[in-house]
Design a protein around this ligand. Structure first.
Ligand SMILES: [Fe+2]
Ligand SMILES: [Fe+2]
Length: 162
């Protein structure tokens, strides 16, 4: 995957988001307890994913060139952020374990497809629509705001055999 030079701090965060989404998929497949999976999902949501979406929205989408990015891409990115936010809220208001697991699976799949969409379609469109000077400012702001994501977690439920 070709990385956008200016948006590289977001790509580091994407790498981590993919790692954790795959861990969730593995945990569902190897029948890890729902409570453990939900705790993990809430942790990565609060520490990695939600702040990452906020950085995208506050650092990139508030700039004057944002309206020059094709509308279907702008709509999609915001809709998906909202859908994942709603999913996490629903997850925490359910008692049916099968339904929780189904939604955890859906969340992990959405994270993966959202990251792919941004890397393949949204980021190249941003680099095309934005002025060089603006992209440099964005890069600097992203580097300052970047927080290394959660990679250490216990228990390592994803290592359990299926
Ligand atoms: Fe995003
Ligand atoms: Fe992203």
């Amino acid at each position: 995957m070709k990385r956008s030079k200016y948006l590289v701090p977001l790509s580091w965060e994407h790498h981590n988001a993919l790692l954790n989404a795959n861990r969730l998929h593995k945990g569902i497949a190897n029948r890890t307890e729902t409570r453990i999976l939900l705790e993990f999902a809430n942790f990565i949501w609060q520490n990695d994913l939600f702040p990452h979406f906020q950085r995208e929205e506050n650092i990139i989408m508030t700039r004057q060139e944002w309206p020059h990015v094709p509308e279907h891409l702008r709509t999609r990115v915001l809709q998906e952020h909202q859908t994942m936010d709603d999913l996490v809220k629903r997850l925490n208001n359910l008692s049916d374990e099968d339904e929780i697991r189904r939604l955890l699976n859906e969340l992990a799949s959405m994270v993966i497809s959202h990251v792919r969409f941004e890397e393949r379609e949204l980021f190249p469109a941003i680099e095309e629509a934005f002025f060089e000077q603006s992209l440099q400012k964005i890069e600097q702001a992203l580097r300052e705001a970047h927080v290394p994501g959660c990679t250490i977690w216990s228990p390592k439920f994803w290592q359990k055999k299926e």
